[in-house]
Design a protein around this ligand. Structure first.
Ligand SMILES: Nc1nc2c(c(=O)[nH]1)N[C@H]1C(S)=C(S)[C@@H](COP(=O)(O)O)O[C@H]1N2
Ligand SMILES: [Mo]
Length: 362
Protein backbone atom coordinates (compact mmCIF):
# COMPACT_ATOMS: atom_id res chain seq x y z
CA UNK A 1 0.00 0.00 0.00
CA UNK A 2 2.72 2.61 -0.61
CA UNK A 3 0.09 4.76 -2.25
CA UNK A 4 1.30 8.23 -3.04
CA UNK A 5 -1.59 9.62 -5.02
CA UNK A 6 -4.85 10.96 -3.69
CA UNK A 7 -6.56 9.67 -6.82
CA UNK A 8 -8.54 6.58 -5.81
CA UNK A 9 -8.08 5.05 -9.25
CA UNK A 10 -4.30 4.98 -8.95
CA UNK A 11 -4.66 3.33 -5.54
CA UNK A 12 -6.82 0.73 -7.15
CA UNK A 13 -4.26 0.21 -9.89
CA UNK A 14 -1.48 -0.26 -7.38
CA UNK A 15 -3.50 -2.70 -5.35
CA UNK A 16 -4.44 -4.63 -8.46
CA UNK A 17 -0.73 -4.94 -9.17
CA UNK A 18 -0.14 -6.29 -5.68
CA UNK A 19 -3.08 -8.61 -6.20
CA UNK A 20 -1.47 -10.07 -9.29
CA UNK A 21 1.52 -11.19 -7.26
CA UNK A 22 -0.64 -12.48 -4.49
CA UNK A 23 -2.95 -14.28 -6.91
CA UNK A 24 -0.06 -16.30 -8.30
CA UNK A 25 0.82 -17.46 -4.82
CA UNK A 26 -2.79 -18.10 -3.95
CA UNK A 27 -3.41 -20.30 -6.99
CA UNK A 28 -0.83 -22.73 -5.77
CA UNK A 29 -2.26 -22.90 -2.29
CA UNK A 30 -5.42 -22.17 -0.42
CA UNK A 31 -6.77 -19.97 -3.23
CA UNK A 32 -7.25 -22.91 -5.58
CA UNK A 33 -10.30 -23.90 -3.64
CA UNK A 34 -12.31 -20.85 -4.59
CA UNK A 35 -10.73 -20.10 -7.95
CA UNK A 36 -11.62 -23.59 -9.11
CA UNK A 37 -15.30 -22.95 -8.58
CA UNK A 38 -15.39 -19.43 -9.93
CA UNK A 39 -18.84 -19.27 -11.40
CA UNK A 40 -20.05 -16.41 -9.26
CA UNK A 41 -21.93 -16.36 -6.01
CA UNK A 42 -24.47 -13.63 -6.65
CA UNK A 43 -27.35 -16.15 -6.69
CA UNK A 44 -26.14 -17.70 -3.42
CA UNK A 45 -25.83 -14.22 -1.97
CA UNK A 46 -29.35 -13.28 -2.98
CA UNK A 47 -30.66 -16.47 -1.36
CA UNK A 48 -29.21 -15.56 2.05
CA UNK A 49 -31.84 -14.57 4.61
CA UNK A 50 -30.22 -12.53 7.35
CA UNK A 51 -31.51 -13.16 10.87
CA UNK A 52 -32.98 -10.31 12.89
CA UNK A 53 -30.44 -8.92 15.33
CA UNK A 54 -30.78 -9.94 18.97
CA UNK A 55 -29.21 -6.56 19.68
CA UNK A 56 -30.29 -4.03 17.03
CA UNK A 57 -28.29 -0.95 16.14
CA UNK A 58 -29.31 2.23 17.94
CA UNK A 59 -31.41 4.53 15.78
CA UNK A 60 -29.50 7.23 13.94
CA UNK A 61 -30.25 10.37 15.96
CA UNK A 62 -32.17 13.15 14.26
CA UNK A 63 -29.72 15.65 12.85
CA UNK A 64 -26.83 13.20 12.50
CA UNK A 65 -26.97 13.83 8.77
CA UNK A 66 -26.84 17.48 7.77
CA UNK A 67 -27.87 16.42 4.23
CA UNK A 68 -25.65 18.89 2.45
CA UNK A 69 -24.71 18.42 -1.18
CA UNK A 70 -21.03 17.37 -1.32
CA UNK A 71 -20.96 16.36 2.36
CA UNK A 72 -20.41 12.61 2.86
CA UNK A 73 -23.70 11.15 4.14
CA UNK A 74 -23.63 9.89 7.73
CA UNK A 75 -24.34 6.35 6.51
CA UNK A 76 -22.39 5.33 3.43
CA UNK A 77 -24.29 3.23 0.90
CA UNK A 78 -22.90 -0.17 -0.05
CA UNK A 79 -22.44 1.12 -3.58
CA UNK A 80 -20.60 4.23 -2.40
CA UNK A 81 -18.40 2.42 0.12
CA UNK A 82 -14.68 2.53 -0.70
CA UNK A 83 -13.07 -0.75 -1.63
CA UNK A 84 -9.49 -1.69 -0.85
CA UNK A 85 -7.96 -5.13 -1.21
CA UNK A 86 -5.24 -7.03 -2.98
CA UNK A 87 -7.68 -9.28 -4.84
CA UNK A 88 -7.14 -9.29 -8.60
CA UNK A 89 -10.22 -11.45 -8.90
CA UNK A 90 -12.90 -10.92 -6.27
CA UNK A 91 -13.12 -14.18 -4.30
CA UNK A 92 -16.38 -16.02 -4.94
CA UNK A 93 -17.04 -17.93 -1.74
CA UNK A 94 -19.95 -20.37 -1.61
CA UNK A 95 -21.65 -19.90 1.78
CA UNK A 96 -22.63 -23.60 1.79
CA UNK A 97 -19.05 -24.79 1.80
CA UNK A 98 -17.61 -21.82 3.71
CA UNK A 99 -16.06 -22.72 7.06
CA UNK A 100 -14.45 -20.65 9.77
CA UNK A 101 -11.68 -22.38 11.67
CA UNK A 102 -10.63 -20.92 14.99
CA UNK A 103 -7.36 -22.60 15.76
CA UNK A 104 -3.71 -22.17 16.71
CA UNK A 105 -2.96 -21.39 20.34
CA UNK A 106 -6.42 -22.16 21.71
CA UNK A 107 -7.63 -24.83 24.10
CA UNK A 108 -10.78 -25.55 22.09
CA UNK A 109 -10.29 -25.32 18.34
CA UNK A 110 -13.61 -24.77 16.56
CA UNK A 111 -15.03 -24.95 13.06
CA UNK A 112 -18.21 -23.11 12.18
CA UNK A 113 -20.38 -23.28 9.09
CA UNK A 114 -22.33 -20.31 7.74
CA UNK A 115 -25.52 -21.85 9.21
CA UNK A 116 -23.77 -22.18 12.60
CA UNK A 117 -22.85 -18.53 12.45
CA UNK A 118 -26.34 -17.38 11.46
CA UNK A 119 -27.84 -19.40 14.31
CA UNK A 120 -25.92 -17.38 16.89
CA UNK A 121 -27.26 -14.17 18.45
CA UNK A 122 -26.47 -11.32 16.09
CA UNK A 123 -25.62 -7.77 16.97
CA UNK A 124 -26.05 -4.85 14.63
CA UNK A 125 -23.86 -1.74 14.93
CA UNK A 126 -22.88 1.36 13.01
CA UNK A 127 -19.11 1.27 12.67
CA UNK A 128 -16.88 3.55 10.63
CA UNK A 129 -14.14 1.76 8.72
CA UNK A 130 -11.02 3.58 7.52
CA UNK A 131 -8.01 2.62 5.44
CA UNK A 132 -4.49 3.28 6.66
CA UNK A 133 -3.63 4.46 3.15
CA UNK A 134 -6.20 7.24 3.38
CA UNK A 135 -4.35 10.50 2.91
CA UNK A 136 -5.30 13.66 4.78
CA UNK A 137 -8.52 14.79 3.11
CA UNK A 138 -8.97 11.42 1.39
CA UNK A 139 -12.12 9.38 1.02
CA UNK A 140 -11.01 5.86 1.99
CA UNK A 141 -13.36 5.92 4.95
CA UNK A 142 -17.04 5.02 5.29
CA UNK A 143 -19.72 4.29 7.82
CA UNK A 144 -22.07 1.31 7.57
CA UNK A 145 -24.54 -0.67 9.67
CA UNK A 146 -22.95 -4.07 10.17
CA UNK A 147 -24.71 -7.23 11.33
CA UNK A 148 -22.63 -9.99 12.82
CA UNK A 149 -21.48 -12.19 15.65
CA UNK A 150 -19.28 -10.74 18.41
CA UNK A 151 -15.77 -12.12 17.94
CA UNK A 152 -15.26 -11.92 21.67
CA UNK A 153 -17.84 -14.67 22.32
CA UNK A 154 -16.17 -17.00 19.83
CA UNK A 155 -12.75 -16.37 21.37
CA UNK A 156 -14.13 -16.98 24.86
CA UNK A 157 -15.35 -20.39 23.68
CA UNK A 158 -12.08 -21.18 21.90
CA UNK A 159 -10.08 -20.14 25.00
CA UNK A 160 -6.87 -18.53 23.75
CA UNK A 161 -3.71 -19.60 25.54
CA UNK A 162 -1.71 -17.10 27.56
CA UNK A 163 0.68 -15.21 25.32
CA UNK A 164 -1.45 -15.66 22.20
CA UNK A 165 -1.59 -11.88 21.77
CA UNK A 166 -2.41 -11.86 18.05
CA UNK A 167 -5.45 -13.11 16.15
CA UNK A 168 -4.60 -13.64 12.51
CA UNK A 169 -7.59 -13.30 10.22
CA UNK A 170 -6.96 -15.24 7.02
CA UNK A 171 -8.93 -14.77 3.83
CA UNK A 172 -9.69 -17.53 1.32
CA UNK A 173 -7.16 -15.83 -0.98
CA UNK A 174 -4.38 -16.12 1.59
CA UNK A 175 -4.38 -12.44 2.65
CA UNK A 176 -3.86 -11.99 6.38
CA UNK A 177 -4.33 -9.33 9.02
CA UNK A 178 -3.14 -9.39 12.62
CA UNK A 179 -5.36 -8.02 15.37
CA UNK A 180 -4.45 -7.74 19.05
CA UNK A 181 -6.32 -10.45 20.95
CA UNK A 182 -6.85 -7.96 23.78
CA UNK A 183 -8.65 -5.53 21.47
CA UNK A 184 -11.00 -8.25 20.28
CA UNK A 185 -11.83 -9.13 23.89
CA UNK A 186 -12.03 -5.69 25.51
CA UNK A 187 -15.78 -5.32 25.06
CA UNK A 188 -15.90 -3.24 21.88
CA UNK A 189 -18.18 -4.41 19.08
CA UNK A 190 -15.66 -6.41 17.07
CA UNK A 191 -17.77 -8.41 14.65
CA UNK A 192 -17.66 -11.31 12.29
CA UNK A 193 -20.02 -9.52 9.95
CA UNK A 194 -22.47 -11.09 7.53
CA UNK A 195 -24.62 -8.02 6.81
CA UNK A 196 -23.92 -4.50 5.58
CA UNK A 197 -26.68 -1.89 5.64
CA UNK A 198 -29.40 -4.52 5.80
CA UNK A 199 -28.08 -6.74 3.00
CA UNK A 200 -25.76 -9.73 2.90
CA UNK A 201 -22.20 -8.44 2.47
CA UNK A 202 -21.59 -7.37 -1.11
CA UNK A 203 -19.17 -9.83 -2.73
CA UNK A 204 -16.43 -7.20 -3.05
CA UNK A 205 -16.87 -6.30 0.63
CA UNK A 206 -16.20 -9.86 1.79
CA UNK A 207 -19.22 -12.10 1.22
CA UNK A 208 -20.11 -14.26 3.05
CA UNK A 209 -18.19 -13.20 6.19
CA UNK A 210 -15.68 -10.52 7.14
CA UNK A 211 -14.25 -8.93 10.26
CA UNK A 212 -15.04 -5.37 11.38
CA UNK A 213 -13.29 -3.92 14.44
CA UNK A 214 -14.02 -0.39 15.70
CA UNK A 215 -10.90 1.69 16.28
CA UNK A 216 -8.40 -0.14 14.07
CA UNK A 217 -7.44 0.47 10.45
CA UNK A 218 -8.78 -2.10 8.00
CA UNK A 219 -5.41 -3.65 7.19
CA UNK A 220 -5.03 -4.94 10.78
CA UNK A 221 -8.62 -5.88 11.41
CA UNK A 222 -11.17 -6.00 8.60
CA UNK A 223 -10.38 -9.32 6.90
CA UNK A 224 -12.82 -9.93 4.03
CA UNK A 225 -13.74 -13.44 2.84
CA UNK A 226 -12.36 -14.57 6.21
CA UNK A 227 -12.02 -18.30 6.70
CA UNK A 228 -9.63 -18.61 9.66
CA UNK A 229 -8.93 -16.95 12.95
CA UNK A 230 -5.56 -18.23 14.08
CA UNK A 231 -4.35 -17.47 17.57
CA UNK A 232 -0.64 -16.75 17.58
CA UNK A 233 1.65 -13.97 18.78
CA UNK A 234 3.00 -10.80 17.18
CA UNK A 235 6.49 -12.18 17.80
CA UNK A 236 5.72 -15.34 15.84
CA UNK A 237 3.81 -14.08 12.80
CA UNK A 238 3.81 -11.05 10.49
CA UNK A 239 0.54 -10.46 8.64
CA UNK A 240 0.46 -9.52 4.94
CA UNK A 241 1.37 -5.81 5.06
CA UNK A 242 3.93 -5.99 7.87
CA UNK A 243 6.94 -7.26 5.86
CA UNK A 244 5.92 -4.70 3.21
CA UNK A 245 6.76 -1.81 5.52
CA UNK A 246 3.55 -1.25 7.44
CA UNK A 247 3.21 -1.27 11.20
CA UNK A 248 1.97 -4.41 12.95
CA UNK A 249 -0.21 -2.19 15.14
CA UNK A 250 -2.77 0.02 13.45
CA UNK A 251 -4.96 2.06 15.82
CA UNK A 252 -7.01 4.73 14.04
CA UNK A 253 -5.59 8.25 14.17
CA UNK A 254 -7.94 11.15 14.81
CA UNK A 255 -8.80 12.81 11.51
CA UNK A 256 -11.08 15.47 10.13
CA UNK A 257 -11.98 16.47 6.60
CA UNK A 258 -13.59 19.48 4.93
CA UNK A 259 -16.18 18.32 2.40
CA UNK A 260 -17.88 21.68 1.76
CA UNK A 261 -16.78 23.90 0.15
CA UNK A 262 -14.56 21.96 -2.21
CA UNK A 263 -11.12 23.13 -3.25
CA UNK A 264 -11.24 25.97 -5.78
CA UNK A 265 -15.00 26.42 -5.37
CA UNK A 266 -16.00 29.99 -6.26
CA UNK A 267 -18.00 31.52 -3.46
CA UNK A 268 -19.77 34.79 -2.92
CA UNK A 269 -19.03 36.96 0.09
CA UNK A 270 -21.37 36.56 3.03
CA UNK A 271 -22.43 33.53 5.08
CA UNK A 272 -20.96 30.25 3.81
CA UNK A 273 -21.49 26.84 5.39
CA UNK A 274 -18.24 24.97 5.96
CA UNK A 275 -18.85 21.29 6.79
CA UNK A 276 -17.22 17.91 6.87
CA UNK A 277 -16.65 14.75 8.85
CA UNK A 278 -14.31 13.81 11.71
CA UNK A 279 -13.45 10.42 13.15
CA UNK A 280 -11.59 8.83 16.04
CA UNK A 281 -13.29 5.47 16.23
CA UNK A 282 -13.81 3.99 19.67
CA UNK A 283 -12.53 7.15 21.36
CA UNK A 284 -15.06 9.53 19.89
CA UNK A 285 -14.82 13.15 18.74
CA UNK A 286 -15.09 15.87 21.38
CA UNK A 287 -14.41 18.97 19.29
CA UNK A 288 -13.81 20.15 15.75
CA UNK A 289 -12.28 23.53 15.01
CA UNK A 290 -11.91 25.51 11.81
CA UNK A 291 -9.71 28.45 10.99
CA UNK A 292 -9.37 30.81 8.08
CA UNK A 293 -5.98 32.09 6.87
CA UNK A 294 -4.12 31.32 10.13
CA UNK A 295 -6.70 33.26 12.14
CA UNK A 296 -8.07 32.05 15.49
CA UNK A 297 -9.52 28.55 15.71
CA UNK A 298 -13.33 28.60 15.78
CA UNK A 299 -15.37 25.78 17.23
CA UNK A 300 -17.59 24.01 14.75
CA UNK A 301 -20.96 22.55 15.65
CA UNK A 302 -20.96 18.76 16.00
CA UNK A 303 -23.92 16.79 14.71
CA UNK A 304 -25.00 13.92 16.96
CA UNK A 305 -23.65 10.43 16.21
CA UNK A 306 -24.83 6.92 17.07
CA UNK A 307 -21.73 6.07 19.12
CA UNK A 308 -18.02 6.72 19.54
CA UNK A 309 -17.44 4.04 16.89
CA UNK A 310 -18.66 6.23 14.03
CA UNK A 311 -17.58 9.41 12.41
CA UNK A 312 -19.44 12.62 13.06
CA UNK A 313 -20.49 15.43 10.77
CA UNK A 314 -19.59 19.02 11.70
CA UNK A 315 -20.48 22.42 10.35
CA UNK A 316 -19.42 26.01 10.83
CA UNK A 317 -20.87 29.24 9.51
CA UNK A 318 -18.28 31.47 7.93
CA UNK A 319 -18.72 35.15 7.10
CA UNK A 320 -16.71 34.96 3.92
CA UNK A 321 -14.92 38.07 2.69
CA UNK A 322 -13.73 38.65 -0.88
CA UNK A 323 -10.34 37.22 -1.81
CA UNK A 324 -8.49 33.92 -1.74
CA UNK A 325 -8.74 32.02 1.52
CA UNK A 326 -7.41 28.92 3.14
CA UNK A 327 -9.71 26.88 5.39
CA UNK A 328 -8.20 24.37 7.83
CA UNK A 329 -9.76 21.86 10.20
CA UNK A 330 -8.59 19.91 13.22
CA UNK A 331 -10.37 17.55 15.59
CA UNK A 332 -9.92 16.67 19.26
CA UNK A 333 -10.85 13.20 20.41
CA UNK A 334 -12.75 12.40 23.59
CA UNK A 335 -9.52 11.70 25.46
CA UNK A 336 -8.56 15.35 24.86
CA UNK A 337 -5.88 14.74 22.24
CA UNK A 338 -5.92 17.26 19.40
CA UNK A 339 -5.06 16.13 15.89
CA UNK A 340 -1.47 17.06 15.16
CA UNK A 341 -0.45 19.52 12.45
CA UNK A 342 2.60 17.35 11.81
CA UNK A 343 2.41 15.95 8.27
CA UNK A 344 3.16 12.27 8.11
CA UNK A 345 2.77 10.01 5.09
CA UNK A 346 0.38 7.07 5.21
CA UNK A 347 3.32 4.66 5.67
CA UNK A 348 3.79 3.00 8.16
CA UNK A 349 0.72 3.54 10.33
CA UNK A 350 -1.54 6.24 8.90
CA UNK A 351 -1.31 9.86 7.75
CA UNK A 352 -1.32 12.84 10.08
CA UNK A 353 -1.77 16.57 9.49
CA UNK A 354 -4.58 19.05 9.00
CA UNK A 355 -6.82 19.05 5.96
CA UNK A 356 -7.06 22.37 4.18
CA UNK A 357 -9.08 23.74 1.31
CA UNK A 358 -8.35 26.88 -0.73
CA UNK A 359 -11.29 28.86 -2.05
CA UNK A 360 -11.97 32.07 -3.94
CA UNK A 361 -14.63 34.47 -2.68
CA UNK A 362 -16.07 37.26 -4.83
N1 LIG B 1 -9.13 -10.50 2.13
C1 LIG B 1 -8.80 -9.21 2.28
N2 LIG B 1 -9.38 -8.46 3.23
C2 LIG B 1 -9.07 -7.16 3.38
C3 LIG B 1 -8.08 -6.56 2.56
C4 LIG B 1 -7.47 -7.37 1.57
O1 LIG B 1 -6.59 -6.93 0.81
N3 LIG B 1 -7.86 -8.69 1.45
N4 LIG B 1 -7.77 -5.24 2.74
C5 LIG B 1 -8.08 -4.62 4.02
C6 LIG B 1 -8.01 -3.18 4.00
S1 LIG B 1 -6.47 -2.52 3.78
C7 LIG B 1 -9.10 -2.39 4.23
S2 LIG B 1 -8.94 -0.73 4.47
C8 LIG B 1 -10.46 -2.95 4.29
C9 LIG B 1 -11.36 -2.28 3.28
O2 LIG B 1 -12.64 -2.86 3.32
P1 LIG B 1 -13.67 -2.50 2.19
O3 LIG B 1 -13.04 -2.82 0.86
O4 LIG B 1 -14.91 -3.26 2.45
O5 LIG B 1 -13.91 -1.00 2.31
O6 LIG B 1 -10.45 -4.34 4.01
C10 LIG B 1 -9.40 -5.06 4.61
N5 LIG B 1 -9.66 -6.46 4.36
MO1 LIG C 1 -6.61 -0.33 4.11
Amino acid sequence: MPLESSDPESRRRFLTGAGALLGTAALAGVGGRWLAGRRGVSAAREAVVLPAPASPAPAVPAGADLSLTQLAPYVTSNFGFYRIDTALVVPQVDPDTWRLRIHGRVRNPMTLSFADLLARPMVERYITLACVSNEVGGDLVGNARWLGVPIRDLLDEAEPEDGADQVVGRSVDGWTCGTPTAVLRDGRDALLAVGMNGEPLPVEHGFPVRMVVPGLYGYVSACKWVTELELTSFADFDAYWVPRGWSAQGPIKTQSRIDVPRARNRLTAGPVTVAGVAWAQHRGIRRVEVRVDDGPWREAELAPAVSVDTWVQWSWRWEATPGEHRLQVRATDATGDTQTEWRQDVVPDGATGWHEVRVKVR
